[in-house]
Ligand binder design. Structure first.
Ligand SMILES: C[S@@+](CC[C@H](N)C(=O)[O-])C[C@H]1O[C@@H](n2cnc3c(N)ncnc32)[C@H](O)[C@@H]1O
Length: 296
């Protein structure tokens, strides 16, 4: 299939790009782009969380697996290491993320890894895959019932979904402070009518949504993952590039963004321990039935 000029494998490689059948259904670019370089540098908590999720995915080593919301590809690399005779389709909505992932992965793994820029909510792959792995991505996807229907349809009969994202009371303490700043007169117009970027679902709701999408052998649970950062600069960079990227994008200029992050960093400096984030992770698993469609 021909590669369009905007597609990520142009990052100095000739890696083939799989284009999804409904690639035109992407969400607007302004909402999906990330600062991939900063994310790659600061998102160390995500690596540890993701490694534990990857350990839960049973693999023979010759499967084709999707990394759904692959980001800059650090966990995609670890997934590929577990698939010496298999392949990974690395999917993300952000071109910046995919370019960074391609730059790191193609020299190591060649054509065993392919890249797709797509919205997971409307994902449609040309061929079904053996498994779907995903970390720290699904809470950025607003419509979970739709997401799970598309992921289920992307699996072969018997294929597995093993994933983790933010859920339940994720970041509730931080978000109280964020809400107070958003309501301040200087910021309120920028956030008027905005519901926020995340779906932090609980375990029971997610299990019901997975079953409704057709998954069997469903398991979900929430686990606390409190995380502290060594200093104000690291904490502020993390808020800016990861947690609050969508919030900050709504503010009118760099001064407003710096003031917003600065106020939160000052408050976090007075916490005990300082510079902590009250993360909660939602683990979710399911399998597409081995029976023919329509028979369970
Ligand atoms: C926090 S990063 C996680 C990246 C990687 N999985 C990790 O654990 O480091 C979230 C990723 O999900 C992607 N993402 C969010 N919403 C998406 C959507 N609707 N479709 C595809 N990718 C999406 C973002 O572009 C971003 O790369």
């Amino acid at each position: 299939m021909a590669r369009r000029s905007s597609e990520p494998a142009a990052a100095g490689t000739d890696s083939p790009v799989v284009a999804p059948a409904r690639s035109s259904a992407l969400v607007p670019l302004s909402a999906v782009e990330w600062d991939a370089t900063t994310y790659h540098r600061v998102a160390t908590p995500h690596l540890g969380w993701g490694q534990r999720v990857l350990a839960r995915l049973p693999l023979r080593g010759d499967e084709t697996v999707v990394d759904a919301g692959c980001g800059t590809g650090r966990l995609t690399a670890e997934l590929l290491e577990k698939l010496p005779e298999g392949r990974v389709i690395a999917i993300d909505a952000s071109t910046n993320m995919l370019r960074q992932a391609a730059a790191g992965l193609v020299p190591r793994f060649g054509d065993r890894v392919r890249f797709v820029r797509a919205d997971l909510q409307t994902l449609a792959l040309p061929e079904p895959v053996d498994a779907i792995f995903s970390t720290a991505a699904f809470h950025w996807v607003p419509d979970h019932p739709r997401l799970f229907r598309h992921l289920h349809a992307a699996l072969v009969p018997g294929g597995r979904l093993v994933a983790q994202c933010g859920g339940g009371p994720n970041l509730a303490h931080l978000l109280e402070r964020v809400a107070a700043l958003m309501a301040a007169p200087a910021s309120a117009p920028a956030f008027a009518g905005w519901a926020g970027p995340w779906e932090f679902a609980d375990a029971a709701t997610t299990a019901a949504r997975l079953r409704a999408a057709g998954f069997v052998d469903v398991a979900t649970d929430l686990e606390p993952a409190p995380t502290t950062f060594p200093d104000a600069a690291t904490y502020g960079d993390f808020l800016s590039a990861v947690v609050l990227r969508s919030h900050l994008a709504r503010l009118p200029d760099e001064a407003a963004r710096a003031a917003f992050v600065g106020a939160l960093t000052e408050q976090a400096a007075r916490d005990d321990p300082p510079f902590g984030l009250d993360y909660w992770r939602l683990n979710l698993e399911g399998r597409r039935s081995s029976l023919a469609p329509g028979r369970g």
